[in-house]
Design a protein around this ligand. Structure first.
Ligand code: PLP
Length: 418
């Protein structure tokens, strides 16, 4: 919803989840003749009508390629496309819209930082710190770079409760540390890391910090200037927006000193057969035709969560998480991973004697969609010496009754394997 059309939900009242649910058409559907209980928003969130409409409207009324045309539609599309950049700037409280680079998602943003900033700034023997909580998207790009450049990737351990071991982190920082690549919120456990404190410590040691905000961005307000992170990435699809679009924030002085990482149309100043010169930032990093309709619709997603209020969303999700945690603990035979209190919207667990994949398959027949597996975070699984967990993740549209449905279905699994 745009600021001009005030949402009826924009007040200080608690979130009206029934009204929110009415915004998400998919939530009315059934699976296996049961109401859909969608508890997999950490993998990808469902889309509200305003986002679906915004994307269709582009194709029905506003579509043309961006930045290239002098014709009317191209200018309309370009203005709308660039309006999303401006919206992301205010959403993240970046100082300048040119600090926002459009990417396909968090994965591409991290690869951009690793390959462009990393290649330009890192040399043999330099160290990169990543935590045990990272998603593979914030591990593998650094391994690729390390293999190419002779870098050393070191892991920041976590405590048994899933939180970063700050003493170990301080002990790892040294003059060779050049990059700390850290998740703001773990997708496998839901743990929220002490990012601001870790960034300050990294800066004291002379290192840069890239924050992976893919999970955190839909659960709390982000202020990249207050955090003082050097880079920040997120994916649109995890914040109720389309797939295929995300953003990289980078401090202007860093982006300006970084070379392009992909070549092609749109990112050049001039090309001859012998030589290319490049545009300034952010366009230098945006080669080729972008995800035009998806980028335009991402603005609607950011407006939507802003209208609802991220604080109210977080409060609602915390209520669901606390209730789910209590009920799962009360069941017996359940082990929850990630018990530190700094946590949001995700409960990750195993059940004695039952493989997580069996649990996922059985509860699915009751209409309950959960994620099972290593959640693209194998080092976390290794830390707890397990192969997989069941992960239920809560979003703005989930209800206490859906938590009850999950628990009832799990109870059935328990009885089946008793
Ligand atoms: N980082 C975290 C913490 C994630 O949860 C994910 C996706 O699950 C990613 C990065 C990668 O995001 P994407 O697949 O949208 O690029």
């Amino acid at each position: 919803m745009s600021a001009a059309v005030a949402s009826p939900l924009a007040s200080n009242a608690a979130l009206d989840v029934a009204r929110v649910r009415a915004d998400f058409p998919i939530l009315t559907r059934e699976v296996y003749n049961k109401p859909l209980v969608y508890l997999d928003s950490a993998a990808s969130a469902q889309k509200p009508r305003v986002v679906i409409d915004a994307e269709s409207r582009v194709y029905e009324e506003e579509y043309a390629n961006v930045h290239r045309g002098v014709h009317y539609l191209s200018q309309v599309a370009t203005d709308k496309f660039e309006a999303t950049r401006k919206r992301i700037q205010t959403f993240l409280n970046a100082g300048d819209e040119n600090e926002i680079v459009f990417v396909r998602g968090g994965t591409e943003g991290i690869n951009l930082v690793a390959q462009s900033w990393g290649r330009a700034n890192l040399k043999e023997g330099d160290e990169i710190l990543i935590s045990e909580l990272e998603h593979h998207a914030n591990i593998v790009p650094w391994h690729l770079l390390a293999a190419e450049r002779g870098l050393v990737v070191k892991g920041i351990p976590i405590h048994d409760d899933g939180q970063i071991d700050m003493e170990a982190y301080k002990g790892l920082l040294n003059e060779r540390t050049k990059m700390v690549a850290l998740t703001q919120m773990s997708n496998a456990l839901g743990i929220i890391t002490p990012a601001a404190e870790m960034i300050a410590l990294a800066h004291d040691a002379g290192a840069r910090v890239m924050l992976d905000g893919c999970q955190a961005v839909s659960h709390s307000t982000v202020d990249v200037q207050a955090l003082d992170c050097d880079f920040y990435v997120f994916s649109g699809h995890k914040i109720y927006g389309p797939t295929g679009i995300g953003a990289l924030y980078g401090k202007a002085e860093l982006l300006e000193a970084m070379p392009p990482w992909q070549g092609g149309g749109e990112m050049i100043a001039r090309v001859s057969l012998e030589k290319s010169t490049y545009k300034g930032v952010p366009h230098r990093f945006e080669a080729g035709t972008p995800a035009i309709a998806q980028t335009i619709a991402l603005k609607s997603a950011l407006d939507y969560v802003t209208d609802l209020g991220l604080d109210r969303i977080a409060e609602h999700e915390a209520m669901l998480l606390n209730y789910a945690t209590e009920r799962l603990n009360a069941m017996g035979g359940i082990t929850i991973y990630g018990t530190n209190s700094a946590k949001a919207s995700i409960v990750s667990f195993t059940m004695d004697g039952v493989h997580p994949h069996d649990i996922g398959t059985i509860v699915d027949r009751d209409g309950v969609a959960v994620r099972v597996g290593h959640h693209c975070a194998q080092p976390v699984m290794q830390r707890y010496d397990i192969a997989a967990t069941v992960r239920a993740s809560f979003a703005v549209y989930n209800t206490l009754e859906e938590v009850d449905a999950l628990v009832a279905s799990l109870q059935g699994v328990k009885e089946m394997f008793a």
